[in-house]
Design a binder for this molecule. Structure first.
Ligand SMILES: NC(=O)c1ccc[n+]([C@@H]2O[C@H](COP(=O)([O-])OP(=O)(O)OC[C@H]3O[C@@H](n4cnc5c(N)ncnc54)[C@H](O)[C@@H]3O)[C@@H](O)[C@H]2O)c1
Ligand SMILES: O=C(O)C[C@H](O)C(=O)O
Length: 369
C-alpha cells in the first residue's frame, strides 16, 4: 500500500469498515431472528401488578435481552378500556423485544398458544367480605381458566399463579387441568423469599446478593415459615451461616419471622395498595430461575405440588426450597429439620389443607346452584 495515494487508502479503509459493519449487523439480526418469540400471558393485566410486570417482561427482565416476546394480556370486561390503555403504552414504549400485544377479555383468545402464563387476575378481598366469599369467587375463576389453559395453551406451558390465595388458586388450576403436568403449575413465594433475603441483608448490612438459601415453607399467607437455618452469607472469609453472623436466635425466631409473614399487610398499610413492583419483580425472578436454572449451590422458594417430601401432604401446593435445571424444578432433599421448624411447617400445611377443603366446599355450593 506504500505507493497508493492517501485518498485511495482512506477510501479502502472506509469501504472495509462499512462492509464489516454490514456483516456484523447481518449476523446480529440473523442471531436475533433465530429466536422464535415466546408468548407470555399475563392475566389481570390492567391491575397494578400487571402494570408493573408487563414492561419488565417486554424489556427482557424475565426471559433475557435477546428473547423476542409476544404479550397476551387478559382482563375482564369492566377493565377493558384500561387494558387497551396498557396496550397503547406498550406500543408507545417501542420495546425492541416486543413483537406483538394481544389484549383481550376473551380467556380463550388470551390462552391461545401461550408458552408461559402468569396468573395475576383474581377477585380481591373487599371490606366486610367473608373469607369463604373471596375463596368462592377465585375458585370459580381458576376452574374456568384451568380449562382454557388446558385446551389452548402451548403443550409445555409453564404456569405461575400470583393471585391470592395463590397456593389454593394453583391447586384448583391443577385439579381442573388434569392434562397439564403437575410440574408445570407453580405459585409465587419468591416475593416472600426476597423479603427474607432483604431482612437479613438489612440486619447484617451486607449486599442482598450475598445472602443465600433462605427458605419459605408453605402458604403465601401469614402462616408461611421463613426459615434461615440453612441460610448463608458470602463474606471475605468465605461462606458463613446466617445464624452465626446474626447471633440473636430470639430475633431470628420471632421478629424476623413475623416481619416476613406480615410484610404484605405492612405494604398495604403504608401504600393503601398491595405490593406491586416487588411482586412483579419476584414473578420475573421466579420464571427466570425456572427457565434458566438456579446457580450451583443456591436454591429459591416456589409453591409446587408436594410429592410428600418433608412429610407434607402430597398434592398440596406448598412452598419448598427448589433448584432448577433444564427448565424443571426439583425439591431440595435431605435438609435437617429441627423441632421448631417441624411445628411451623406443619402449621402452614394444616392451613393449606383447610383452604383446599374450603375451596372444594365452594365448588360444591356452586354446582348445587
Ligand atoms: N403471591 C404474591 O406474592 C402476591 C403478591 C402481591 C399480590 N398478590 C395478589 O395478586 C393479585 C393481583 O394484585 P393487584 O394488586 O394487581 O390487584 P388489582 O386489583 O390491581 O388487579 C387485579 C386485576 O385482575 C383483574 N381480574 C379480576 N378477575 C379476573 C378474571 N377472571 N380474569 C382476568 N382478570 C381478572 C381485575 O379486573 C384487575 O384488573 C391479588 O390477588 C393480590 O392479592 C400476590
Ligand atoms: O395482596 C395481599 O394480600 C398481600 C400480598 O399477597 C403480598 O404478599 O404483598
Amino acid at each position: 500500500m506504500e505507493n497508493v495515494p492517501l485518498l485511495e487508502k482512506i477510501g479502502v479503509v472506509t469501504v472495509c469498515g462499512a462492509l464489516s459493519y454490514i456483516i456484523v449487523r447481518h449476523i446480529w439480526s440473523f442471531l436475533k431472528m433465530g429466536k422464535e418469540p415466546i408468548r407470555v400471558l399475563v392475566t389481570g393485566a390492567a391491575g397494578q401488578i400487571g402494570y408493573a410486570l408487563v414492561p419488565m417482561i417486554a424489556r427482557g427482565v424475565m426471559l433475557g435481552p435477546d428473547q423476542p416476546i409476544i404479550l397476551h394480556l387478559l382482563d375482564i370486561e369492566p377493565a377493558a378500556e384500561a387494558l387497551e390503555g396498557v396496550k397503547m403504552e406498550l406500543i408507545d414504549s417501542a420495546f425492541p423485544l416486543l413483537e406483538g400485544v394481544v389484549a383481550t377479555t376473551d380467556v380463550i383468545k388470551a390462552c391461545e398458544g401461550v408458552d408461559i402464563a402468569i396468573m395475576v387476575g383474581g377477585f380481591p378481598r373487599k371490606e366486610g367480605m367473608e373469607r369463604k366469599e373471596v375463596m368462592s369467587k377465585n375458585t370459580s375463576i381458576y376452574k374456568a381458566q384451568a380449562s382454557a389453559l388446558e385446551q389452548h395453551a402451548a403443550e409445555n406451558c409453564k404456569i405461575l399463579v400470583v393471585a391470592n390465595p395463590a397456593n389454593t388458586n394453583a391447586l384448583i388450576l391443577k385439579e381442573f387441568a388434569p392434562s397439564i403436568p403437575e410440574k408445570n403449575i407453580t405459585c409465587l413465594t419468591q416475593l416472600d423469599h426476597n423479603r427474607a433475603l432483604g431482612q437479613i441483608s438489612e440486619r447484617l448490612n451486607v449486599p442482598v446478593r450475598d445472602v443465600k438459601n433462605v427458605i419459605i415453607w408453605g402458604n403465601h399467607s401469614s402462616t408461611q415459615y421463613p426459615d434461615v437455618n440453612h441460610a448463608t452469607v458470602i463474606t471475605s472469609n468465605g461462606k458463613k451461616p446466617v445464624r452465626e453472623l446474626i447471633a440473636d436466635d430470639y430475633w431470628l425466631n420471632s421478629q424476623f419471622i413475623a416481619t416476613v409473614q406480615q410484610r404484605g399487610a405492612a405494604i398495604i398499610k403504608a401504600r393503601k395498595l398491595s405490593s406491586a413492583l416487588s411482586a412483579a419483580g419476584a414473578a420475573c425472578d421466579h420464571i427466570r430461575n425456572w427457565v434458566f436454572g438456579t446457580p450451583k449451590g443456591t436454591w429459591v422458594s416456589m409453591g409446587v405440588c408436594s410429592d410428600g417430601s418433608y412429610g407434607i401432604q402430597p398434592g398440596l401446593i406448598y412452598s419448598f426450597p427448589v433448584t432448577c435445571q433444564n427448565g424443571e424444578w426439583s425439591i431440595v432433599q435431605g435438609l435437617k429439620i429441627n423441632e421448631f421448624s417441624r411445628e411451623k411447617m406443619d402449621e402452614t400445611a394444616k392451613e393449606l389443607a383447610e383452604e383446599k377443603e374450603l375451596a372444594y366446599s365452594c365448588l360444591k355450593d356452586q354446582a348445587n346452584g
